[in-house]
Design a protein around this ligand. Sequence first.
Ligand code: AMP
Length: 117
Amino acid sequence: MYDDNNIFAKIIRSEIPCDKVYEDDNVLFFYDINPVAKVHVLGIPKIKCANFADFIEQTNEQTIKNFFNKILDVVKMLGLKENGFRLITNNGPNGGQEVPHYHVHIIGGEPLGSKVR
Ligand code: AMP
């Protein structure tokens, strides 16, 4: 069940601000408010999916492909492709997911090692 009042839904609706990296009709990328590394960006599709499982099960291949292509575009835009980066998705309580709108963390800008997992 998707909660329309979750914080990322409010960011999509511009009800609360974010530090935007990239936006189009389908996706939004913005800086995490509590970064765990030099670069920490969140990517979200503009659809009502609470988590990764819902995103895969409730959307279609084109939506999924477009979202991941946009992640790579943003990785390049941030200059992270050459030296590497980490993508993280937390799903559900055991995954430590805090915000119930599907999102991917893009983390990099420094050697991460086992620091952020
Ligand atoms: P997760 O635990 O995967 O659900 O991650 C949620 C992330 O959202 C955390 O890294 C938070 O720091 C981040 N976050 C929460 N509120 C905001 C906000 N208003 N703007 C940017 N990032 C946020």
